[in-house]
Design a protein around this ligand. Structure first.
Ligand SMILES: *[C@@H]1O[C@H](CO)[C@@H](O)[C@H](O)[C@H]1NC(C)=O
Ligand SMILES: *[C@@H]1O[C@H](CO)[C@@H](O)[C@H](O)[C@H]1NC(C)=O
Length: 464
């Protein structure tokens, strides 16, 4: 296929200030307090408080979302893990067994998913098949019916529309394979040290609108000059600050997973994964991290709210009667769509949604330039994922960046107007199956992180 089915996109906004209320009841020195004392109460600039998010996520959303993500539609993710790193060559492939990804055998994936990976309705599907056939025949020309020509144009337009400015992961490449996400869970792999550090360093150092005048403040921990870093951050416009917070939130979320699925026991008899409180503290304890930990956790909530808002905005797209979670199993597909809509309506009912309208709101020309900058930066981050030496980490890194990119595409798409009037959803807005799968799985990861924070809070209350 010559067409690029755009996937990621970057643009976003908003931010809250760092302060927040004190909410704890334990003595100030307790271990739990040191990670969480600043992560409670109201989050400024956003009418939301952490406790409301926790309750909403942990009891209403998380269990149903897990159910949905176990379905065939969402568990098979097509990904090219063999793309060369575009930035440097000395990638040391992680040789550990836990880093390996086992792709699906071709008969494991339902045919309905395999035949056309971006299919979402029967009608769209038959159009796509016609288009594909047209391409195989080598031409989009007079030999096609007028209708097909229109369809081809229509789909091509979806691709290079202003919504889809990010590079598509080349899932049409022969190297792309289906991966069963349930069989390749994100967990501790032992991939850390200089290689892992390099990736995050590049992400922070090269891609967060680094100003020329300041040498190395971008990864606050690496710098050892937090004050320079935060005064720099406060000096940025909200959009650039938000960009940094999203990256930091993603980083935090991934580290919560690794601490919650730590390889606790590794003998020839058995492997056991579970919570490692020490690891969690090393990453999030206020004292051990010199105040960074609680900030990271707040950024995680920020990321949560951004993706939650995107999901509530895109409801009309999924409500379209012709939209299906198509796998070929009619009954299951219908049940899954019902569950999906139930989840989306729950999300819509969340009372304290984040307001993205203040981003890129200023001078039109400047706003567009800023948006364009975001695209370039975000796209770079998605390409950096091809440099991750541990394949399992690369898989989940790619999936979560693609999911965030899709959320941003939704938030800042001009075709999808929030609070759609009764006239119904816009048919110009389009998401590929790939985008849908990554969007929900990425949100599922952050939802899991928020849930895990509750577990760590309990575990930490038992130590002092
Ligand atoms: C993209 O990343 C590369 C490698 O880190 C860097 O050299 C380049 O300046 C980055 N571009 C943008 C727009 O961030
Ligand atoms: C927990 O993580 C720490 C590193 O943060 C490590 O030293 C320790 O061995 C781990 N504990 C277990 C039981 O694996």
């Amino acid at each position: 296929m010559g067409r690029r089915w755009g996937l990621l996109v970057g643009v976003l906004g908003a931010v809250w200030l760092l302060g927040s209320g004190q909410g704890g009841r334990q003595p100030a020195e307790s271990a739990a307090q040191r990670c969480f004392c600043q992560v409670s109460g109201y989050l400024d600039d956003c009418t939301c408080d952490v406790e409301t998010i926790d309750r909403f996520n942990n009891y209403r959303l998380f269990p149903r979302l897990q159910n949905l993500l176990e379905s065939d539609y969402f568990r098979y993710y097509k990904v090219n893990l063999k793309r060369p790193c575009p930035f440097w060559n000395d990638i040391s492939q992680c040789g550990r067994r836990d880093c390996a990804v086992k792709p699906c055998q071709s008969d494991e994936v339902p045919d309905g998913i395999k035949s056309v990976s971006y299919k979402y309705s029967e009608e769209a599907n038959s159009l796509i098949e016609e288009c594909e056939q047209a391409e195989r025949l080598g031409a989009v020309d007079e030999s096609l019916s007028e209708e097909t020509q229109k369809a081809v144009l229509q789909w091509t337009k979806h691709d290079d529309s202003s919504d889809n400015f990010c590079e598509a992961d080349d899932i049409q490449s022969p190297d792309a394979e289906y991966v069963d996400l349930l069989l390749n869970p994100e967990r501790y792999t032992g991939y850390k040290g200089p290689d892992a550090w390099k990736i995050w360093n590049v992400i922070y150092e090269e891609n967060c609108f680094k100003p020329q005048t300041i040498k190395r403040p971008l990864n606050p921990l690496a710098s050892g000059q937090e004050n320079t870093f935060y005064s720099w951050l406060e000096g940025l416009c909200v959009e650039k600050r938000a960009f940094y917070r999203l990256i930091s939130g993603l980083h935090a979320s991934i580290n919560v997973h690794l601490s919650a699925r730590y390889l606790l026991q590794d003998t020839w008899l058995e492997k056991k994964w579970g919570h490692n409180v020490t690891e969690f503290q090393q990453r999030f304890d206020g004292i051990l991290t010199k105040g960074e930990g609680p900030r990271r956790l707040k950024n995680l909530y920020f990321l949560y709210l951004i993706e939650l808002r995107a999901l509530s905005k895109v409801v009309p797209f999924f409500e379209r009667p012709d939209f299906q979670l198509f796998t070929g199993n009619k009954i299951q597909d219908a049940e899954n769509k019902m569950l999906l809509l139930e989840i989306l309506h729950e999300i819509k009912s969340f009372p304290l949604h984040f307001d993205e309208n203040s981003f890129f709101a200023g001078d039109k020309k400047e706003a567009n330039k800023l948006k364009e900058d975001f695209r370039l930066h975000f796209r770079n981050i998605s390409r950096i994922m091809d440099c991750v030496g541990c394949l399992k980490c690369r898989l989940w890194g790619k999936l979560q960046t693609q999911g965030l990119g899709t959320a941003l595409k939704i938030l800042f798409s001009e075709k999808l107007i929030a609070n759609m009037p009764e006239s119904g959803p816009s048919y110009e807005f389009h998401l590929t199956r790939q985008e849908i799968v990554s969007l929900f799985n990425a949100f599922g990861r952050i939802s899991t992180s928020v849930k895990e924070l509750e577990n760590f809070r309990k575990l930490l209350q038992n130590i002092h």
